[in-house]
Design a protein around this ligand. Structure first.
Ligand code: AMP
Length: 415
């Protein structure tokens, strides 16, 4: 299947070519024709599947015809990072057309957002709070919206945005196309979808179970040895970009600091940081200034950095959804990735639940050469296999930028 088969405007086709997409991903294959036909969509897909382009491309196709400089497509996303990511992709894909996109989110001054809206845009990518704020001010007119996208709806619900979403829905035209994306479908999300979608087509890609391109491994370890095990694991593993998850903001900050002390180019990404600091962390990770980002679940939403080779659950996630979202950050769009989870005995019930969803047992691993003291990894989670050994030349202990590229290339070859 090729993008040509969608018969998109040639200016959009040229932009797809310029960003380097050659083949539509499964969700794009399923969703693009449906969205082009004008039907509502219930998309069960997680980040990393190519869902953003799946809704943006047909929206752009619609917007290249018809009036300009009025808001005709509204995309609502839970976080600033995700909104920025969608906006960037919109800029890339619409660059040969007259379609403009603006972002609307809190944590930064309203002035530029209001000015951009005044200049006129067809696409608004918004987080709920600031959008309501601007609606209250009369700075935004949504009466011409033809398409509404709710992205990561389950996440919006987790973050308490459901009442805001309901208020936004009230000011939108009834006659519109609605595209609803969620990685999971808890009851309240199902109810919202039933309420707002009219005769939707469901497109479903790998619901709940994390993308197949990720291999999962579990490292049994008592809490007291976690830090040492992580350091040893990083030493022994040929990694590219690594995203590490902790349970709390405090733990993210401390761990990033400890990693930096050990010579790793690491930064934290957590909710106590200012927007500017968060942007610096994400951009630094994307541009190669940092190899490791230590994040909390909430702060990590919307990180769109291609080629994350490893996701490490330093702390076990609280829910299966959180596991799915974390793991969705690696193995994106046809690339392979590895997901390591450090688990202590208290995490056993969650491990069992994740395995049920995955439909397979996660491989238990013991890190060779690591001093577990009196702890016997096999005692708590069953049989283990040794950590997959990698050739010494593939894991220089302190990596500079050029060595890093080498390590990453090796990783690509191995998987
Ligand atoms: P998303 O699920 O929208 O967050 O997309 C995940 C990543 O896949 C993004 O970095 C996209 O740029 C990339 N991507 C989307 N569609 C394609 C495609 N057809 N071919 C290659 N990469 C893609």
């Amino acid at each position: 299947m090729t993008f040509e088969q969608f018969s998109l405007d040639r200016r959009i086709g040229a932009a797809i070519h310029a960003v380097g997409y050659t083949t539509p991903t499964p969700i794009q294959q399923q969703a693009i024709p449906v969205v082009l036909s004008g039907r509502d969509v219930l998309g069960l897909a997680q980040t990393g599947t190519g869902k953003t382009a799946a809704f943006l491309l047909p929206i752009l196709q619609r917007l290249t015809n018809g009036p300009l400089r009025r808001v005709r497509a509204l995309i609502v996303a839970p976080t600033r990072e995700l909104a920025e990511q969608i906006h960037q992709m919109s800029i890339d894909l619409s660059k040969n057309t007259q379609v403009r996109s603006v972002t609307v989110y809190g944590g930064v001054s309203k002035v530029h957002q209001v000015a951009a809206l005044k200049r006129g845009a067809e696409i608004v990518v918004a987080c709920p709070g600031r959008l309501l704020d601007l609606l209250g001010d009369g700075s935004i007119d949504l009466s011409h919206v033809e398409v509404l996208v709710l992205d990561e709806a389950d996440r919006m619900c987790d973050m308490g945005f459901l009442p805001d979403i309901r208020r936004i829905l009230k000011v939108l035209p009834q006659r519109r196309q609605t595209l609803f994306f969620s990685a999971t479908m808890p009851d309240d999300i199902r109810e919202l979808a039933d309420h707002i979608l009219k005769d939707p087509v469901t497109v479903q890609i790998g619901m709940i179970a994390p993308v197949e391109t990720v291999s999962h491994a579990l490292y049994p370890v008592p809490d007291a040895l976690k830090r040492g095990l992580l350091m040893a694991l990083l030493e022994q593993t040929a990694t590219g970009r690594v995203l590490i998850f902790t349970r709390t903001k405090h733990r993210a900050r401390n761990l990033a600091r400890d990693l930096a002390k050990c010579g790793y180019r690491a930064s934290a990404l957590q909710g106590n940081m200012s927007q500017n600091q968060r942007d610096q962390a994400i951009n630094g990770f994307r541009d190669g200034k940092y190899d490791i980002l230590v994040a909390t679940d909430i702060a990590s939403r919307g990180i769109d950095v291609m080629e994350i080779t490893h996701v490490i659950n330093y702390d076990m996630p609280d829910t299966i959804d959180a596991y799915t979202h974390r793991i969705g950050r690696t193995g994106r769009a046809h690339q392979s990735g590895e997901a390591f989870t450090l688990a202590s005995v208290e995490n056993k019930p969650m491990v069992q639940m994740i395995e049920e969803v995955l439909g397979a047992e996660i491989e238990r691993r013991r890190l060779p050469g690591f001093d577990y003291g009196a702890f016997v990894p096999e005692s708590q989670f069953g049989r283990t296999a040794p950590h997959r050994q990698q050739r010494a030349d593939r894991h220089p202990p302190r990596r500079g930028a050029s060595e890093k590229r080498h390590a990453h290339t090796s990783m690509r070859k191995m998987v």
